[in-house]
Design a protein around this ligand. Structure first.
Ligand SMILES: *[C@@H]1O[C@H](CO)[C@@H](O)[C@H](O)[C@H]1NC(C)=O
Ligand SMILES: *[C@@H]1O[C@H](CO)[C@@H](O)[C@H](O)[C@H]1NC(C)=O
Ligand SMILES: *[C@@H]1O[C@H](CO)[C@@H](O)[C@H](O)[C@H]1NC(C)=O
Ligand SMILES: *[C@@H]1O[C@H](CO)[C@@H](O)[C@H](O)[C@H]1NC(C)=O
Ligand SMILES: *[C@@H]1O[C@H](CO)[C@@H](O)[C@H](O)[C@H]1NC(C)=O
Ligand SMILES: *[C@@H]1O[C@H](CO)[C@@H](O)[C@H](O)[C@H]1NC(C)=O
Ligand SMILES: *[C@@H]1O[C@H](CO)[C@@H](O)[C@H](O)[C@H]1NC(C)=O
Ligand SMILES: *[C@@H]1O[C@H](CO)[C@@H](O)[C@H](O)[C@H]1NC(C)=O
Ligand SMILES: *[C@@H]1O[C@H](CO)[C@@H](O)[C@H](O)[C@H]1NC(C)=O
Ligand SMILES: *[C@@H]1O[C@H](CO)[C@@H](O)[C@H](O)[C@H]1NC(C)=O
Ligand SMILES: *[C@@H]1O[C@H](CO)[C@@H](O)[C@H](O)[C@H]1NC(C)=O
Ligand SMILES: *[C@@H]1O[C@H](CO)[C@@H](O)[C@H](O)[C@H]1NC(C)=O
Ligand SMILES: [Cu+2]
Length: 573
């Protein structure tokens, strides 16, 4: 699993408002090689070739400690250009290694390699890595575990740990599904199954398929490190007859939350304890879809088995947990609204209280005209006119450029992006009757410019245009505090009065409730070019994305680092 060179290094501290923001770290240096290549896999009794890292699905687990420095040399032995993103790693001053295609780098072309430098700062818990180009992340992803430096958790020490990666399985070639959807302008084909650690579980269609099984000893406590790598639906998750205690999320600790189900969105990670103290037997671990929109979706569940070690007759029917019904937005919001950060002196939080930059972003599904003339499009017809499906933030559907925005920003290359993403949308009754609001959107590569050190609040407002639904919004380069969440339209007067500024959860991805809103806050203390997007892959493809450029501060320590000697080349403009 890669060589480990022990070498101490120091991360420079960034001071802002007398608060240590990106903390001093003294860690080890690790080197790993990732080999991207096509590998044959057989699941659901059908074989396909797919892109993997080192032949594995899910990919290799990387385990390091808080404050370590990790070099990944990504060798592309596949058929097309790819990039890799280190999801939830803040990468202080180092957007060069963040990964999103044509935002911070051009693709790593076949037969080339790119070494990414991953700078861990205050992240502790579970994160993950995944491809960040087209839909390649369906098969290219894995867990990234960041242990406490001294091995001590701020909760009772578990006896064992288990990684749980929730994934999506397509019998077909994911790249072909993506290409077809882009060509037709319609909904992409839905997936065929959901996986737990790569297992689809057996079914009547394919009884030979194996089910993920976790053997447990009576009386022991287990830490599950859950990664939601699913492509297009949020998930409910639970274990029959066992409560779960959420203790961490997105690489930060939470106030312990005892629950019988989780609602975890694509892009989120959750660290959960459970104690094996029930009658010796087998119990299902279950992940079901949570999907509250109008589109067709893959409603298959993924089952794993918790199997007690010992002498007993296996049950004739393995008990399943009772999870909320697939469309239960109330149950989803209840879980998300219950999240709190740990906020102790050992694990402090730093919530901005005096906001200097207010941004309001309306999130919509939309359509665009079916062009050029003569094209056949499979978007929803509007006034009997064919359309292609689109999506937007503040009514701008993000157009991905052909040269990365970071390069264009750093080297002052014109005509790649514009700096005019609006701080607020045109007003309408976002979650009310939208029949008179045009479903058509505009397109552009518009970014949000933010001054270094600004105390930022972004209100993310879901809308009812085309299909009101939950949107897991993810921000690169930062984690943020979710200070408020609710249904309906955000009220600028009454809602801030109910903000949680005491122990709001600190995350990198948050599900904006169906026809609802969330308010997030962070200090703009990490200069760089940072992608922000919905982590439902179809929505990101349709343009539910934008970029935050946090400008340099006044010193070298508050400015973007120099680029590495080698970056994957972009086409000549
Ligand atoms: C991936 O495979 C390469 C070559 O087979 C190997 O050198 C490397 O250590 C592997 N990386 C991981 C993370 O397992
Ligand atoms: C992968 O499977 C295809 C059939 O789906 C087969 O033609 C090919 O030879 C296989 N490749 C390897 C390396 O096994
Ligand atoms: C990796 O890429 C660099 C820069 O293009 C090149 O010099 C080097 O030979 C490559 N190494 C491997 C192992 O492919
Ligand atoms: C799946 O496997 C379980 C045992 O692990 C068995 O009880 C069940 O009958 C199998 N289901 C199907 C549809 O093959
Ligand atoms: C789960 O927690 C609830 C509420 O705290 C409690 O009523 C219930 O008995 C617990 N169930 C188990 C199996 O521990
Ligand atoms: C099982 O463990 C949980 C978590 O520690 C605890 O709340 C519950 O009371 C225990 N149940 C039994 C039957 O011991
Ligand atoms: C949705 O979940 C809530 C809270 O868990 C529950 O009270 C309600 O009955 C559920 N609604 C449906 C339609 O299942
Ligand atoms: C979630 O639902 C439980 C049980 O109905 C309730 O006690 C709790 O207040 C709700 N929490 C939130 C944040 O809505
Ligand atoms: C809030 O920030 C503004 C702008 O930096 C500053 O002028 C003001 O004094 C601050 N207010 C408080 C209460 O800190
Ligand atoms: C649909 O047609 C009606 C009647 O001609 C018109 O008023 C409306 O603006 C059209 N809507 C769109 C979105 O083009
Ligand atoms: C990103 O840019 C490359 C050229 O570097 C281009 O081939 C590719 O299509 C672009 N990706 C997207 C999603 O537009
Ligand atoms: C917005 O729409 C909702 C739902 O139809 C309605 O209850 C509310 O009164 C509307 N708000 C305004 C300001 O029109
Ligand atoms: Cu979305």
């Amino acid at each position: 699993m890669g060589s480990l060179k022990k070498k101490n290094f120091m991360l420079i501290c960034l001071m802002f408002l007398h608060i240590l923001v990106l903390c001093m770290a003294q860690g080890q240096v690790h080197h790993y090689d990732f080999v991207l290549k096509e590998t044959n896999f057989t699941k659901l009794c059908s074989t396909k070739s797919m892109l993997t890292v080192n032949d594995s699905f899910p990919g290799p687990v990387i385990t390091v400690r808080r404050g370590d420095l990790v070099y990944f040399n990504v060798h592309n032995q596949g058929k097309y250009g790819v990039t890799i993103h280190w999801h939830g790693v803040k990468q202080p001053r180092n957007p060069w290694s963040d990964g999103p295609e044509n935002v911070t780098q051009c693709p790593i072309q076949p037969a080339t390699n790119f070494t990414q430098e991953i700078i861990l700062s205050d992240e502790e818990g579970t994160l993950w890595w995944h491809a960040h180009s087209d839909w390649s992340r369906a098969t290219v992803h894995g867990a990234f575990v960041i242990l406490p430096p001294d091995g001590k958790y701020p909760f009772p020490q578990p006896d064992f740990e288990q990684i749980i990666v929730l994934g999506t399985w397509y019998k077909g070639d994911v790249m072909a599904i993506y290409d077809d959807a882009v060509a037709s302008g319609g909904n992409p084909n839905i997936s065929d199954a959901h996986t737990i650690n790569g297992f689809t579980g057996n079914s009547t269609d394919c009884p030979t398929e194996e089910t993920f099984t976790m053997r447990v000893s009576y009386g022991k406590t287990y830490l599950l490190r859950i990664v939601n790598a699913v492509m297009n639906e949020e998930r409910f998750f639970g274990i029959a007859n066992h409560n779960l205690t959420l203790v961490g999320m997105d690489g930060a600790y939470t106030q312990p939350l005892i629950t019988d189900y989780l609602m975890i969105t694509p892009g989120q990670t959750m660290d959960v304890l459970f104690t094996a103290n029930q009658t010796l037997s087998q119990y299902y671990m279950l992940s079901t879809a949570y999907f509250d929109g109008f589109a067709e979706f893959d409603n298959t569940s993924a089952k794993g088995i918790i199997e007690y070690i010992g002498n007993y007759t296996p049950p004739s029917t393995i008990p399943s947990p009772t999870l909320p019904e697939l469309r239960n937005a109330t149950a989803a919001l209840n879980f998300t609204a219950s999240l709190k950060s740990l906020a102790t002196p050992q694990h402090p939080i730093n919530v901005p209280k005096n906001i200097t930059r207010h941004i309001f972003i309306a999130i919509s599904l939309n359509v665009l005209p079916c062009l050029p003339a003569g094209r056949t499009c499979k978007g929803p017809p509007v006034n009997n006119t064919e359309t292609i499906i689109s999506a937007s933030l503040n009514n701008i559907s993000f157009s991905t450029p052909k040269i990365d925005i970071l390069e264009a920003y750093y080297r002052n290359i014109n005509n790649v992006f514009t700096k005019d993403f609006p701080d607020s949308p045109e007003l309408f009754n976002f979650t009310g009757d939208v029949t008179n609001i045009s479903q058509y959107t505009t397109q552009g590569t518009k970014v949000i410019m933010i001054n270094y050190g600004e105390a930022v609040e972004i209100v993310l407002q879901g809308t009812a245009i085309q299909s009101p639904e939950n949107h897991p919004m993810h921000l690169h380069g930062y984690s943020f505090y979710v200070v408020g969440i609710g249904s309906g339209n955000f009220n600028n007067f009454s809602d801030p009065e109910n903000y949680n500024l005491v122990n709001p959860p600190e995350v990198n991805t948050i599900g904006v409730p169906k026809s609802g809103w969330v308010a997030i806050r962070f200090f703009a203390n990490n200069p760089g070019v940072w992608f922000m997007h919905c982590h439902l892959e179809r929505h990101a493809t349709w343009g539910m994305d934008t970029v935050l450029i946090v400008k340099n501060g006044s010193t070298p320590e508050t400015s973007i680092r120099k680029p590495p000697a080698y970056m994957p080349p972009c086409p000549k403009s």
